[in-house]
Design a protein around this ligand. Structure first.
Ligand code: HEM
Length: 481
């Protein structure tokens, strides 16, 4: 009998130690490719290697020269300098300039409680008005814009709303009212904001295609982009030649709208249909944005405290529902706007020779090779060995039992010394407020999605993870059925 007890204790201890070792990364995990190559760029999807890569602490290969973070970050972003004429913390190699830029950005995103309240109410009012009047760029043009814009926006439709445009314009309005407060026109025209959002998106996509294809990127540079420059002049008439509003606008608006769009689609039309309480919590936060409302996990109705979802995964919710913060974190995990963080690495080219005792010696030969490596944030956020078999599913309740490995793999705002200043409050709160305002304006059940592109409709019907492309939902409309 006592032998049997010893055996059970021995087996239990072995299992526990193995589990601990597995977690401490000493034992190999289930095979997941941690390095892959896309467009000739090495992609890293091991969280610890990503941390090192982002902070420029280590590179794969022999003898990397450690570049400063500014020098490692700027080269992959040069395409943005050409397309948008920006000179900011992401493109400059001067540490003093970068530091000043980060401090200025951090200062601009500090909002007081009254400012958050006003922002929420303004966005609620604006989105309701846009949705009830109809998102018709033609009528906007005649009603609100006296000057004829340089070229008409790509798509509009009288009875259906462009959901991407709706999200983009609302996000831009929120960014102008906060990050660029006092610099944009007092009452920016809706049509011009839409136009700017579309120009930014187009420029971004074009720059990526050209850069990764190794093409000449001068063809689309800022100086030749009259529509973008004209719209900027209209929205920022006071800006001097040295003050490009895109320096601050790009890092804030560009990241924000894409996660807001996907969170809205998830909550209104996908997983959120089975969990109306998620959307309601976000709407409530938008009306009264406080720390308590953001972080508090509401108490669950007794009959729901242990639920089995459609796919059979039983989740112990310990009597509470996910907080607004949990919902936002899940949106950032599943749909990280910064999918990859790029760093340039340089190597001294070396030759190997053999010294006494056949010892290998390495000697620099005076040439330098360089390479761009990507920390694949999106891949880290989707690893099933870290996040479980439901890694590709939108499930805010996972944030109620987060493991140290999951915490370490979650990097939507970057990592370590160059982490985004909007990580703590501004980014997550702004996402919640924008999604809350839109959900509130689309409150009734009569809304349906429609897209001429069958692939988009099939993907939505499959209820799988939403598509990530910048232009994936450009043709998607919503209308009242
Ligand atoms: C959802 C919203 C946002 C996301 C997902 C996001 C994401 C990121 C990421 C991934 C980085 C690290 C880049 C790198 O290491 O190369 C970063 C850095 C940065 N972000 Fe954001 N960002 C967001 C909003 C904002 C906003 C609103 C601002 C305000 C202007 C901002 C300003 C910055 C700045 C200045 C840095 C550089 C920090 C440094 O080098 O120390 N971001 N952001």
């Amino acid at each position: 009998m006592s032998n049997a007890i010893y055996l059970i204790v021995f087996i239990a201890t072995t299992v526990l130690i193995s589990y601990h070792l597995w977690h401490s990364r000493l034992l190999p995990r289930a095979a997941q490719p941690e390095i892959s190559v896309g467009f000739g760029i090495e992609h890293i999807s091991d969280p610890i290697l990503c941390h090192q890569l982002i902070e420029c602490k280590q590179a794969r290969g022999s003898k990397p020269k450690r570049l400063s973070i500014q020098k490692a970050r700027a080269p992959p972003n040069q395409r943005l300098r050409n397309v948008f004429n920006i000179d900011n913390g992401f493109t400059s190699t001067d540490p003093i300039f970068v530091d000043k830029f980060v401090r200025e950005a951090s200062q601009r995103i500090k909002l007081g409680s009254l400012e958050w309240l006003k922002l929420g109410l303004m966005l609620l009012h604006t989105s309701r008005q846009w949705i009830s009047v109809g998102f018709n760029t033609d009528s906007w043009k005649s009603r609100q814009c006296n000057s004829v814009p340089p070229s008409p926006p790509a798509s509009h439709c009288s009875d259906k709303l462009d959901i991407t445009s709706l999200v983009q314009v609302l996000t831009l309005k929120a960014t102008l009212a906060t990050v660029l407060k006092g610099e944009a026109e007092n009452c920016p025209k809706d049509f011009e904001m839409l136009h700017l959002a579309q120009q930014i998106n187009r420029g971004w996509i074009q720059s990526k295609i050209n850069t990764w294809a190794g093409d000449d990127i001068r063809g689309i540079d800022f100086q030749h982009n009259d529509p973008l420059r004209t719209t900027l002049n209209a929205l920022f008439p006071q800006a001097g030649p040295e003050q490009n509003p895109l320096n601050l606008l790009l890092p804030s608006f560009e990241t924000m709208w894409r996660v807001v769009l996907r969170a809205l689609l998830e909550l209104k039309f996908q997983s959120g249909r089975d969990h109306p309480e998620w959307g309601k919590a976000i709407e409530t936060f938008c009306r009264d944005p406080t720390k308590a409302k953001f972080e508090k996990r509401p108490t669950l109705r007794e009959d729901l405290s242990t639920t089995a979802d459609a796919k059979g995964d039983v989740q112990s919710n310990r009597g509470v529902e996910p907080s607004v913060k949990d919902i936002v974190m899940e949106a950032l995990r599943l749909y990280p706007p910064t999918r990859r963080i790029y760093r340039a690495y340089e190597w001294e080219d070396t030759t190997a020779k053999y010294g006494p005792g056949n010892l290998r010696e390495v000697e620099a030969v005076g040439r330098t090779s360089s390479k761009i490596i990507a920390a694949d944030i999106e891949a880290c956020h989707l690893r099933s060995d870290i996040w479980g078999p439901g890694a590709a599913r939108f499930d805010p309740s996972r944030w109620m039992n987060i493991t140290p490995d999951q915490k370490s793999a979650f990097m939507p705002f970057g990592y370590g010394v160059c982490e985004c200043p909007a990580k703590a409050v501004f980014g997550p709160w702004m996402i919640a407020i924008l999604v809350g305002a839109l959900l509130s304006a689309l409150d009734d059940d009569g809304w349906t999605l429609w897209c001429a592109d069958d692939r988009v409709m099939r993907c939505l019907a499959s209820e799988e993870r939403l598509m990530m492309g910048r232009d994936a939902y450009d043709e998607l409309k919503i209308f009242r059925s």
